[in-house]
Design a protein around this ligand. Structure first.
Ligand code: ATP
Ligand code: MG
Length: 395
């Protein structure tokens, strides 16, 4: 038997890259190494034949290793595997041992062999490999029978030049592209369900993340901010350590409430958030803003309101959730592990000074007129001068 547990890691879209492929492959393996290093010592990560092979000490639980690898963007699937020398006797022996373990642990009764010959110099063709290994398994595991339609175990045999691999499951990864291959974005992170998902989705496309969070302390509590930090730490398990800029919005909200029409409060506050986020983004080398906005979800996310919000900044605003349904966003939040924290009931700065009847079809001219009553530049500069930075490390 193998000294180490072996994991075959496949990358989806990275494999489609042309000239840049080595760069994407290197970024992917570096990221796998980095995540494993946080929890494990004895392992290796190696690229070979368009796959990544992870070998880890047998004492580590396979599930724990898989959990880490599956958080790496760019990974399409993972298979725990066993290896054997590339000859039919050795492969057969390994297959029998592998199946006997599955009989014992999972109670499987039927199987089918799917053989693939990546090494075209191997003297036996794929279908024949399948038949030979199948016959060896039938002899070695008396309780098993072959079922070509609905087998309990699909036994994959992957024959390569120096070593061959046997595996059963393909555990799906998230796909996407390796972190760090697509610029850096400033995400507007609230304590809600949407913005952590939006952040995660952009990071999945390879984007590095920096975050900004607005609060209205003392109207919003310390605990509300801690909740956002908890959420940020969950997001960081996927997108790595990042900075979160924390800005008190209260003086701006008060200026708006005192000087502008009540129904415009929300949209005016949102425009200030965007401008502050843009200024911090430019300072920190972020080329885009990211929000969890979603068409029609609330008054500030109608088509008209989004246009007015956009007009406050020059940087492109990424809204990956724009056309998703709330149930799908919630499913995604559950899948990535942010949902339970997001639904904890803490107040958000947006719910402070919430107008009774927010304008759902704001007109830019009217909004600009309202803003002319405020010293916008000073309000923004003061808010930024007073901001704090929290170092967000993966939980
Ligand atoms: P979420 O569930 O992410 O809070 P939401 O549906 O509650 O979103 P809004 O409160 O209108 O919607 O916010 C829309 C987007 O604006 C959020 O997804 C987030 O990107 C940003 N945002 C809202 N509140 C804050 C905040 N306090 N700090 C930073 N960004 C915020
Ligand atoms: Mg919110």
């Amino acid at each position: 038997m193998n000294e180490q547990n072996i994991f075959i890691v496949r990358y989806g879209e990275v494999a489609l890259k042309g000239m840049n492929k080595p760069y994407f492959e290197r970024m992917l393996t570096e990221r796998i190494k980095k995540l494993l290093k946080r929890k494990f010592e004895n392992f290796t990560v190696r690229r070979q034949d368009g796959l990544v092979f992870v070998r880890a000490d047998k004492e580590y639980a396979k599930e724990d290793i898989i959990k880490e690898i599956s958080k790496v963007f760019g990974v399409a699937s993972i298979s725990p595997a066993v290896e054997a020398e590339s000859n039919l006797d050795a492969i057969g022996e390994a297959a029998v041992a592998y199946m006997n373990e599955l009989i014992e642990t999972k109670g499987i009764q039927s199987f089918k062999v799917k053989a693939k010959r990546a090494d075209k110099n191997f003297p036996v063709k794929s279908p024949e490999i399948g038949r030979i290994i199948g016959a060896k398994v039938l002899i070695g595991c008396k309780v098993l029978h072959v079922d070509v339609n609905d087998p309990d175990c699909m036994l994959h045999v992957d024959v390569r030049a120096d070593r061959s691999y046997i595996y059963q499951d393909k555990i799906a990864g998230f796909g996407g592209l390796p972190l760090g291959t697509n610029g850096k974005g400033m995400t507007l992170l609230s304590g809600g369900i949407d913005s952590p998902v939006a952040t995660w989705m952009m990071a999945k496309r390879g984007m590095m993340i920096e975050a900004i969070h607005f609060h209205s302390y003392p109207y919003t509590s310390q605990r509300a901010q801690e909740k956002v930090e908890d959420l940020a730490r969950i997001v960081a398990t996927y997108c790595g350590r990042f900075k979160m800029h924390v800005v008190n919005l209260l003086p701006i909200q008060e200026a708006i409430v005192q000087n502008c029409p009540e129904e415009e409060t929300t949209i005016l506050v949102r425009r200030f958030m965007m401008r502050i986020a843009e200024a911090v983004a430019k300072e920190t080398g972020c080329g885009m803003l990211i929000t969890g906005e979603n068409l029609g979800q609330v008054a500030s996310q109608t088509a008209e309101a989004l246009v007015v919000t956009d007009a406050s900044v020059q940087l492109p605003v990424m809204r990956p959730l724009i056309a998703m349904d709330k149930v799908d966003i919630m499913d995604k939040a559950k899948e990535i592990g942010t949902y339970e924290t997001s639904i904890m009931p803490y107040e958000d700065c947006c719910t402070v000074f919430l107008p009774k009847h927010p304008a759902t079809k704001p007109k830019l001219e009217r909004i600009l007129e309202s803003e002319s009553k405020l010293d916008c530049e000073k309000l923004i500069a003061d808010a930024i001068a007073a901001k704090e930075i929290v170092d967000i490390k993966p939980e």
